[in-house]
Design a protein around this ligand. Sequence first.
Ligand code: PMP
Ligand code: GLN
Length: 379
Amino acid sequence: FESKLPNLGTSIFSQMTALANQFDAINLSQGFPEFDAPELLKKQLNHYVLEGVNQYSPSSGVPRLQQQIAQLVKRKYAAEIDATQQVTVTSGATEALFVAIQALVREGDEVIVFDPAYDSYQPAIELAGGKSVNIALHAPDYAIDWQAVTEAVNSKTRAIIINTPHNPSGKTLKQHDINALKALVSKHDLYVISDEVYEHITFDNQPHLSVLRDAELFARSFVISSFGKTFHSTGWKMGYCIAPVALAVEFRKIHQYVTFSSFTPAQHALADMLEQQGEHVDELREFYQQKRDVLSNALKESRFTILPSEGTYFLLLDYSNVSDLNDVEFCQWLVEQAGVAAIPLSVFYQQPSNDKVIRLCFAKHDATLLQAAEILCQL
Ligand code: PMP
Ligand code: GLN
């Protein structure tokens, strides 16, 4: 059998969580919250299931959820969105990313991807017949060199994928990044896929610079988010894509044959949640900033160098002072011998990276974070 994705193995997230379970380690590897989804959300899901709201929803989403999403982005980003035509509810951001990439990328097209990159972009580009052009960003600041991006653009370039706040670095794009992106995209007729799944998790009073804030940039963009991050419900696999009408039409052509529609009772429950407890979204920043600070304060006395986290629920540690192993070997050692599971950064790069950096997820109870930090401080 000739594989269409010959170089792909099992995702690092599945691998590390399996190892964490096998060695009974504290799992700070795969990104998911240790705390539960809000009571209202669970109660409403139960309600709709028991009420018999269990059949297909319209392919693009339950209208009241589309409306709530449009209202949310109006409140947050002053974006005027037509809920019916522009918001498509998907089975997680992963589906939205896949569909947006299939809608955009044609045989032979190039897509600019910034490494370290979330692992679902690459296979989706390849399956569409495209080729990624990976621009590597490195510790400690993971800044984008827009001159290098400009040089990477050619007549085959179709799209640029951005992710802010960024998994795994915790870096957020700044206004000068958005300006540079906008100039490039309009000059070369490119499209943007903006992965904003951590949009509500930015720290130190930094605003999230959604592409939705900029009408000109949004006119060429697919903006993707996930309720998994926002409502501590990664297992529900609910997300959405917002796009200009012409792009949304293309997106929906594919979405209808990937999943057709997403889990109906969850869509109603999410609409209730946004309608009745909208403040949850605004509380996430403070909630996660406190978690970030608990973990980084507890690691202050360790031999790890803590890199800045401006958003997401990830913290990077440079372990050069702790071990000479490469990052994959170090994470293997860490889970087996020390009992803490982390993610090695090099797996997020297409080209080899020798950075000695690992990613920890701090979406955990304080006690879990303190317990992990205590172990890490002894290394
Ligand atoms: N993009 C990024 C950057 C992510 O971290 C994640 C979640 N791990 C996703 C997309 C996928 O989100 P979902 O679980 O809603 O498919
Ligand atoms: N997004 C999560 C992370 O970065 C994991 C998602 C997954 O397991 N596919 O850890």
